[in-house]
Write a protein that binds this ligand. Structure first.
Ligand SMILES: Cc1ncc(COP(=O)(O)O)c(C=O)c1O
Length: 411
């Protein structure tokens, strides 16, 4: 008997074809290549430059707060749309780090169980069938995926090095603009590491007002900036609160990926819509985690220590990559270094895609990276690799360099 569920899967997931695709997705390919390489080189240690999560755990102050709060009877209830103290802490944080003033924590802010579910819910708030989401590629795909689930369409804006990895909004055709309802942006950007400028954000506000488009700014890396570039909120630009929503997360800047806590800030009507969808989707993050989150938001020195570590690692990584033939530059934000993949190697290997190179790098050298082929052939190195001291950081990067030099890559 065929499986009862065979013909019951929704069209948005592919209907009868669900689960039958033979396409192997990038992260699965990486996983398989890692497993094969470990078998082939049992004595070699994997150098994992592909991780999109901090290597440090949450700060001990935050862990202590959770352990104190977790057992308190008053924290056990459904948290619904969140506790006001968390919203207040988020508003103070936005003012302290981004200089955002005039934020009403009860009207303009609401928590989320990390930013991923927020990015999934926002299209539910705004997208009707046929509406278009403008989204940057390469990038975090959740908002686009939900837009498609809802019968909306997605128009991709490539992030090109020639435009500092900012989208060129002037190239969007009129028929697309006419149906566009949402614009998704993310700076500091995953995977390019690019940052936005106040001028770019200002131009986005003008564009959004002229074209009648809502801007979703996904900002999980906004606190992680280097070498004089100050954290920049989209909402700090004049007029942005009228048309924009910014999604913040404690995952990256406070080393709290698994804790699942973030928040959204923006126009009160938009927040009200998100609150309605959220209320019908989850029952809020555990109050003890929200309270630990408040401790994190009150202690921005946690982010400062993390920034020092990433900055130091970037200096080592960028030098090593350049000595291997890559053209790497230290980014001003995020924890990613995005470089053009080599064309091949001196012993005749040709890489038609970044995916091919990334697989080769794992199989030959046990170095894991993430490839992107959406707008040119690039690979992403992350400075969140495992190392317990500055000496270990140097040793990891040195070992990575030595292994890559042996490959005699051609650019
Ligand atoms: C650009 C971007 N947005 C959102 C997220 C999701 O983060 P969170 O842990 O807050 O759900 C990530 C995580 O990698 C990301 O890179």
């Amino acid at each position: 008997m065929s499986n009862f569920f065979e013909n019951k899967i929704s069209d948005r997931l592919g209907g009868i074809n669900f689960g039958k695709s033979t396409v192997i997705y990038k992260f699965e390919l990486i996983k398989r290549a890692k497993a094969a390489a470990k078998l082939a080189h049992p004595d070699m240690k994997l150098i994992d430059m592909g991780v999109g999560e901090p290597d440090w755990p949450a700060d001990e102050l935050v862990v202590k707060a959770l352990s104190e709060e977790a057992g308190k009877p008053e924290n056990r209830w459904y948290a619904d749309n969140g506790i006001p103290e968390f919203q207040e802490a988020a508003a103070r944080y936005l003012e302290k780090v981004y200089g955002l003033t005039g934020i009403n924590p009860y009207e303009h802010i609401l928590h989320g169980i990390g930013s991923k579910p927020v990015l999934a819910m926002l299209p539910v708030c705004f997208i009707n069938p046929g509406d278009i989401l403008l989204t940057t590629i390469p990038g975090y795909p959740v908002t686009a995926t939900y837009t498609r689930y809802l019968g909306g369409e997605v128009y991709n804006l490539p992030l090109l090095e020639s435009n500092s990895f900012l989208p060129d909004l002037s190239k969007i055709p009129c028929p697309v603009l006419n149906k566009a309802k949402l614009l998704y942006l993310n700076y500091p950007n995953n995977p390019t590491g690019a940052v936005a400028t106040p001028e770019f954000f200002s131009a986005v506000v003008d564009f959004a007002k002229k074209e009648n488009i809502i801007v979703i700014h996904d900002a999980p890396y906004s606190g992680l900036t280097y070498d004089g570039y100050k954290p920049l909120s989209f909402l700090s630009v004049k007029g942005a609160m009228d048309i924009g929503i910014e999604v913040h997360s404690l995952s990256k800047a406070f080393n709290m990926t698994g804790w699942r806590i973030g928040f959204v800030c923006g126009n009160s009507k938009a927040i009200q819509a998100y609150a309605t969808v959220k209320d019908n989707t989850d029952s809020g993050q555990f109050r003890a985690i929200q309270k630990a989150g408040i401790v994190a938001l009150n202690h921005t020195e946690i982010t400062k220590r993390t920034i020092e570590k990433y900055s130091r690692r970037f200096d080592l990584l960028v030098n090593a990559l350049n000595e291997t033939g890559f053209n790497a530059r230290k980014p001003k934000g995020s924890f990613y270094c995005y470089v053009k993949a080599p064309e091949g190697s001196e012993n005749g290997k040709v890489f038609n895609t970044a995916g091919e190179f990334s697989e080769f790098l794992i199989r030959e050298s046990l170095i894991s990276t993430v490839p992107w082929d959406d707008a040119g052939k690039y690979i992403r190195f992350s400075v969140t690799f495992e190392a317990n001291s500055e000496n270990e950081e140097k040793a990891v990067i040195n070992e990575m360099k030595e292994r890559m030099l042996k490959l005699k890559l051609k650019f």
